[in-house]
Design a protein around this ligand. Structure first.
Ligand SMILES: [Zn+2]
Length: 138
């Protein structure tokens, strides 16, 4: 399974919604859920991708003009693609960590359950392990 699958499976939004999210996308203030829906939409909608491109350009131009030393390349398309890629990667990473946290949480619960069972002698796992070691000749 592609790790960015959850983006393509995210909530479907309309062009209007996507457009209304552009300022928050540029400011980096979309929630994870909205960001996933937004990325999914602009990946599949040329109209909104173009709209994002225009807004991204304006945003960058303002930043560029505010810079004291406005030199260097100013190549919009790769910059937008980089921004989209970075935000996608960050979201995928966050999603993965969330999954990992769930796995660790479940493991801890299992260990705690085993420990409680062991301590209450309902299921003496330490006895079982000790028996195993004994029968293995330790
Ligand atoms: Zn659209």
């Amino acid at each position: 399974m592609d790790s960015s699958d959850f983006i393509s499976k995210s909530r479907k939004i309309t062009c209007r919604e996507a457009e209304s999210m552009i300022p928050r996308y540029l400011a980096g203030s979309l929630s994870d859920k909205d960001l996933a829906a937004f990325l999914n939409h602009v990946n599949n909608c040329n109209k909104c991708h173009d709209e994002l491109e225009t807004n991204f350009m304006v945003d960058l131009t303002v930043q560029y003009l505010n810079e004291e030393d406005p030199h260097g390349s100013f190549n919009l398309k790769p910059m937008l693609q980089k921004d989209l890629n970075e935000k996608t990667a960050a979201l995928v990473h966050k999603h993965r960590m969330k999954k990992l946290r769930v796995v660790i949480f479940v493991l801890i619960l299992l260990l705690a359950a085993l420990l409680i069972l062991d301590l209450t002698d309902v299921f003496g796992i330490s006895e079982v392990i000790a028996d195993l070691f004994r029968s293995a000749g330790f």
